[in-house]
Design a protein around this ligand. Structure first.
Ligand SMILES: [Zn+2]
Length: 123
């Protein structure tokens, strides 16, 4: 089961949307869309960290222009979504009819009974 990839910066809890790749022989840091696979010398970054990345001295930064797309939902997300849709489509169970004419149950003096609300007297 694949878990969502997190930004590789220390203490950053955000989801990674970009991958930083250091191309050592060209002294270039490439910030691109999230790579499908983690490779050596690559670091997943969240959007703020991807946008604010600065290269070490003597390095160039090649930054992906445009929006960083969040990764597609994981299988877990899809299952949760399917269950939510199924839940919403389920018909509401019919409520038993209110019986306002039978013997009065031992109801507290205040509270709801059917659509009527008992208001305690104010003195
Ligand atoms: Zn981050």
């Amino acid at each position: 089961m694949r878990s969502p990839r997190r930004c590789s910066r220390n203490g950053c809890p955000r989801q990674a949307v970009a991958t930083l790749t250091y191309v050592y022989n060209e002294s270039t840091a490439v910030v691109g869309p999230l790579a499908a696979f983690a490779e050596p010398h690559t670091y997943d970054l969240c959007e703020p960290h991807a946008r604010s990345l600065t290269a070490p001295r003597g390095w160039d930064v090649v930054r992906h222009e445009g929006e960083f797309e969040p990764p597609p939902p994981t299988t877990d997300d899809l299952v949760a979504l399917a269950e939510a849709v199924r839940e919403a489509a389920r018909p509401v169970a019919p409520r038993p009819p209110e019986d306002d004419h039978g013997p009065a149950p031992a109801a507290p003096p205040t509270g709801r009974r059917g659509h009527l609300r008992v208001i305690p007297p104010t003195h």
